[in-house]
Design a protein around this ligand. Structure first.
Ligand code: GLC
Length: 548
């Protein structure tokens, strides 16, 4: 399919089936040769994203920040960090993206800010009991003990003491103080932030830790905190998922509706909600709250037919049952890359069996893109990049690594700057003649994953993604309301389903070849050997004879 023949996504509800590409700005493309990615770098690569066939992009935080958590510690929610460009570069980027019919989603971080945020500086200066401190969670401890037993998600206590003896709450790094969402200033400030980006034309906002924000009144101890020094406490019932948070999403939804109606372009809210309970997760995407939340259970599922079947079914029943649609995810900037996960590798523990990981990641991508709903891809996934598992300690920047004394290696291994051109310095991440050094070092084997090389290889992961995305746009059952998923009987180890009348997908999760359970015209295969038989760890898309 040619680039121009893709149907435009101007219709309402575009988000229900869109494929959005996550851009980790720092590591996507560097336009000025300083070894750090930037907004002009993203802009220069928009045609690549357009020809990949995605519908839009989500930009990780690019705001002024001391980068203790690479932009998730925000100093100014309405500006651009100089490493990444200026507001003018953002405006140019969004204009060009819209010209190419690509949606743009930006990241908002409402749970916490940076210790360098003006409000936090004022709070420190103003002292205990001041109105400035009331915008955060400052409290007295007992002797040298913090106010309660809460844990930071990155390891260690969630409290930091300041020189006058009080403590402040930080659910993540010490440099990320949590806002007090019961304070009216906080709510009002974020409504302004929301309007600021909507006025600048964004199509949506991705909301960081959208199940955070409010904390239980009185900040009680977590009775069942069973954590050591290195573990966080993602299930602390007093720190997460407080009922009041839903009121915030209702009022944000009302604001986005206001913009959607006024401009005729539907603006969306996509939440990162780290709850394990699917029923609870679904509550965040009721019709008057967030449009969607990422469905991380899919990413966490083991590579076997039962686990995948259960997760897919639960997602479709519970999330789609809430009136929304499932946002499937296999990769993001917080998780080891799928090729490595499926290979049994891990940061610090080695790459695992990469051939196996690659085969499974190819099949998983085809499975994801055949499911009802939308999908979020993470940069480099289409290049088949494995995690860089052996970054040396001295280059690691993730606060998780430092707060756990190195026990948890952290997330740097999925954030290494992308390889674009095999034969160039920094594999084309920076322009020729740039510093030649990227902010995280790229391994030599990144050359094998360079986009230019993969474009010339019809069997590459990049071609698989391009073909799958082109077919997705061409086959109405995949992106329209008529394409309900129906499971087909299949032997153990195999998943098979139809979408609407004419399309079927089969995935062999087992390690032996099986008979392809579907008859029809083969549209796409993750393994060139697929046909009447499905090789181990492979997937096929099939066009069914009329009305099958
Ligand atoms: C989210 C982000 C992650 C960040 C954390 C704290 O989970 O995805 O990268 O470290 O929030 O803001």
């Amino acid at each position: 399919m040619s680039e121009t023949s893709r149907p435009p996504l101007s219709h309402a509800d575009w988000w229900r089936t869109a494929v959005i590409y996550q851009v980790y700005v720092r590591s996507f493309a560097d336009s000025n040769g300083d070894g750090v990615g930037d907004l002009d770098g993203v802009r220069a690569r928009l045609p690549y994203l357009r020809s990949l066939g995605v519908d839009g992009l989500w930009l990780n935080p690019f705001y002024p920040s001391p980068q203790h958590d690479h932009g998730y510690d925000v100093v100014d929610y309405r500006d651009v960090h100089p490493d990444y460009g200026t507001l003018a570069s953002f405006d140019r980027l969004i204009q060009d993206a819209h010209r190419l019919d690509l949606k743009v989603i930006v990241d908002v971080v409402p749970n916490h800010c940076s210790i360098e945020h003006p409000w936090f500086r004022e709070a420190l200066a103003a002292g205990p009991g001041s109105p400035e401190r009331a915008r955060f969670h400052f409290a007295d401890g007992e002797g040298d003990e913090p106010p309660n037993n809460w844990r930071s998600i990155f390891g260690g206590s969630a409290w930091q003491r300041v020189p006058d003896g009080q403590w402040y709450l930080h659910t993540f790094a010490t440099e990320q103080p949590d806002f007090n969402w019961r304070h009216p200033d906080v709510e009002a400030a974020f409504e302004d932030v929301l309007r600021f980006w909507l006025d600048r034309g964004v199509d949506g906002l991705r909301i960081d830790v959208a199940h955070g924000l409010h904390k239980a009144e009185g900040l009680p101890d977590h009775e069942h905190a069973d954590c050591d020094e290195v573990t966080g406490d993602p299930v602390n019932p007093h720190a997460w998922n407080q009922p009041e948070v839903h009121d915030v999403w209702r009022s944000w939804r009302a604001i986005t509706e206001e913009y959607s109606q006024a401009t005729g372009r539907e603006r969306v809210l996509v939440g990162e909600v780290g709850l394990l309970d699917t029923e609870q997760l679904a509550r965040y995407q009721r019709p008057d709250e967030l449009h969607q939340t990422f469905f991380f259970e899919f990413l966490r599922a083991e590579w076997d037919d039962r686990s995948l079947y259960d997760v897919i079914d639960r997602g479709l029943e519970t999330i789609a049952g809430s009136g929304s649609s499932v946002a499937w995810v296999l990769n993001n900037h917080d998780m080891p890359r799928s090729v490595t996960r499926y290979a049994g590798g891990a940061p610090g523990a080695g790459p695992g069996d990469l051939e196996l990981g690659r085969a499974r990641a190819r099949a998983a991508a085809m499975l994801m893109l055949a499911l009802p709903g939308s999908a979020y891809l993470y940069q480099g996934e289409e290049l088949g990049l494995p995690e860089v598992t052996d970054l040396p300690d001295h280059v690691l920047t993730d606060p998780m690594f430092h707060r756990t004394g190195g026990v948890r290696r952290g997330r740097d291994g999925c954030r290494v700057p992308l390889p674009w051109r095999a034969e160039h310095d920094s594999f084309g991440f920076s322009p020729d003649g740039g510093s030649g050094t990227t902010w995280l070092p790229q391994p030599e084997w990144f050359a094998e994953h360079a986009a230019d090389l993969l474009l010339g290889d019809g069997d590459s992961m990049l071609h698989l993604y391009r073909e799958a995305l082109a077919l997705r746009h061409r086959i109405p059952a995949l992106t329209s309301g008529t394409g309900e998923l129906r499971w087909l009987p299949a032997e153990p180890g195999v998943l098979a389903f139809t979408r609407g009348d004419g399309f079927a997908c089969a995935v062999n999760c087992s390690s032996r070849p099986v008979v392809n359970p579907i008859d029809g015209t083969l549209l796409l295969a993750s393994d060139p050997e697929a046909g009447e038989k499905l090789p181990p760890n492979s997937a096929v898309w099939t066009l069914l004879p009329d009305g099958a």
